[in-house]
Design a protein around this ligand. Structure first.
Ligand code: GLN
Length: 455
């Protein structure tokens, strides 16, 4: 009730939610009754969970921020939602996002922007700005996001929350409306590292319905976070700092908070090691070929027949005319831009030059990570180059928007896990900044151990 009241009080200004559940309270009462009857429930049972609208749910519409899916009701729950419900978490609502998770500001939502609770004139990050804003504004204690190029970590950075992109394959993508299948990962958005770890344990692990799900078992992230809380883990920890993640484009206050964090880490016994990752500078370019290519293929399913919107052109027309009219009306400008880019990059004669080259760069970036992790235990960086920018400032400048992802994209290309935790406010504007930590594939528990120690 407290969270529903809070949503009623602030969401008119924040607009974190696209839909608020009308059965949440009833579900919560059911949990209370089971607990009163002596049933042993999960420690998160009864806790409200905000769900990014990229995840399908049976009891609320799932739009992925797009008009083409307006009002769409899924016949099944995404695996992560199913697992959360089984643990007794209560899906309190669906959160706003850039259309089909394309963006860094939530301004590309077909349903209007979300506002940053720290300053309502600023963006909450994206594409998962709704989930991050909901958590930052105390509308929900926990949320789920998706991170294809930074959409969990960058919103965490600009809203002072914790966000985790798990190892690729560590959390099921079944029921996540696909953006770029080789990059997408679902993960937690919370206010503390332990909260994120607890939620990760609930949603993570093998899922036979996701063919890229890792079949091996995982250690408990919550146990790792609890171990880290004493801070001892920092003694002798080797922390890599990537040379390529500084300088041009990085705000002074973000760099200052990062430098102070490194000094604190050193004071706690960590060793700071400079890392050269020569191919990271090509990560954004490679990503913006691979992502549109995969997205153009994934979005082909919105054909006006199987899902959502159907627009009939005036005076009738063929099936193809209906499809064209539907896509014209149903997709926003950023989605159209990426479908065109992706279709071009995949077309015959260009495939090798663009998509093929980008895939080779991806391999080189993976090698940079492998070389780095031969020398260090974790890599640290700011989670994004700047604090929250003003709504409207970059929305008509796709390149400026894309460059925001410079520090988060490499992890998606390599499949490694990353976390963003609050790093203090930038002195020049008083806005939150985030520290990103990255670890080798399957070492998600290390991130929780170290992040809990720093927190
Ligand atoms: N900002 C990035 C993009 O627009 C990241 C998106 C994401 O992680 N879903 O592609």
């Amino acid at each position: 009730q407290a969270h529903l009241d809070r949503i009623a009080a602030v969401d008119g200004d924040v607009h974190a939610f696209l839909h608020v559940s009308d059965s949440a309270l009833e579900t919560a009462r059911g949990i209370d009754e089971r607990r009163a009857a002596g049933e042993e429930l999960h420690e998160l049972a009864g806790v409200p969970l905000a769900v990014k609208d990229v995840l399908v749910t049976t009891d609320m519409p799932s739009t992925s921020g797009s008009k083409i899916l307006e009002g769409y009701m899924s016949p099944f729950d995404a695996t992560v939602v199913e697992r959360a419900r089984a643990a007794g978490l209560i899906a309190i609502g669906k959160t706003n996002m850039d259309e089909f998770a394309m963006g860094s500001s939530t301004e590309h939502s077909a349903y209007g922007p979300t506002h940053n609770p720290w300053d309502l004139t600023r963006i909450p990050g994206g594409s998962g700005g709704g989930s991050a804003a909901a958590v930052a504004a105390f509308e929900a204690p926990l949320a789920l996001g998706s991170d294809t190029g930074g959409s969990i970590r960058q919103p965490a950075h600009v809203t002072g929350t914790v966000g985790v992109k798990p190892t690729y394959g560590g959390v099921s993508r079944y029921g996540s409306i696909a953006l770029a299948s080789s990059l997408d990962q679902i993960g937690p958005v919370t206010r503390t590292v332990l909260d994120a770890a607890l939620l990760h344990d609930v949603i993570g692990g093998h899922d036979a319905r996701d063919s890229t799900s890792i079949p091996e078992s995982w250690v408990s992230m919550a146990a790792a976070a609890r171990e880290g809380q004493s801070g001892e883990v920092l003694t002798g920890l080797r922390v890599g700092v990537v040379k390529q993640f500084s300088g041009e484009g990085f705000q002074a206050g973000v760099e200052q908070r990062f430098a102070e964090t490194l000094t604190l880490l050193q004071g706690a016994g960590a060793e700071i090691v400079e890392i050269d990752a020569p191919h990271f500078e090509y990560a954004v370019a490679a990503y913006y070929l691979i992502l549109p290519a995969e997205a153009s293929s994934n979005l082909a399913r919105y054909d006006s027949v199987r899902f959502g919107l159907r627009v009939h052109p005036q005076g009738g027309g063929t099936v193809e005319d209906v499809m064209a009219a539907t896509r014209e009306a149903g997709f926003g400008p950023e989605v159209k831009r990426r479908i065109i880019l992706g279709t071009y990059a995949l077309s015959s004669g260009y495939y090798d030059a663009y998509y093929g080259s980008a895939q080779k760069v991806r391999t080189l970036i993976q090698r940079d990570f492998n070389a780095a992790f031969d020398q260090v235990d974790v890599i640290a960086s700011p989670s994004a180059p700047t604090t929250a920018f003003k709504i409207g400032e970059r929305v008509n400048d796709p390149l400026a928007m894309y460059l925001n992802d410079i520090t988060t994209i490499p992890a998606n290309l390599a499949g490694v896990p990353g976390i963003s935790i609050p790093m203090g406010l930038a002195p020049e504007d008083g806005l939150p900044t985030g520290l990103q930590l990255m670890a080798p594939v399957r070492a998600d528990d290390r991130l929780y151990r170290v992040a809990a120690a720093i927190e």
